[in-house]
Write a protein that binds this ligand. Structure first.
Ligand code: CA
Length: 138
């Protein structure tokens, strides 16, 4: 894959499924992002306060907290344009998606998802244009 992030943007993956977290890490690091993964909502919220990432990818079914609640708390602390939140979940009902947006998510993708679509959504949320993303790195 030729796509490269123009700088090392940091993505926090909040995901309790180890295999899925690993897959996201490989995919995102492969195009130049820096990735941290947390399986606990509470730990992730603490981490966000200490070191705010550039984007959050959030699973809804977490062992310690409801992902919607994590989303709500993130949105209380950060404006949508300062921290994009992408919900990435197996919950595929329209009402789940609407709830995600109501709780402050910027985008909602359901598993399984085409890797290209996921990368494109992440790039758009980070404000990359197609030109920036398909061109050579700075
Ligand atoms: Ca989960």
């Amino acid at each position: 894959m030729e796509m490269r992030a123009s700088r090392r943007e940091r993505i926090l993956v909040i995901e309790d499924d180890a295999a899925m977290a690993r897959l996201l890490r490989v995919l995102l690091e492969g195009v130049g992002y820096e990735v941290r993964a947390e399986r606990s909502g509470a730990v992730a919220l603490t981490e966000v306060a200490d070191t705010p990432p550039d984007l959050v990818i959030l699973d809804l079914g977490l062992p310690d907290m409801n992902g919607y609640e994590v989303c709500r708390q993130l949105r209380q602390r950060f404006n949508p344009w300062s921290l994009p939140i992408l919900i990435f979940t197996g919950m595929d009902k329209p009402v789940d998606q609407l709830r995600g947006f109501a709780f402050g998510a910027d985008a909602y993708l359901t598993k399984p998802c085409d890797p290209g679509e996921l990368l494109k959504t992440v790039a758009l949320l980070l404000g990359h244009t197609d030109a920036e993303f398909s061109g050579s790195p700075d």
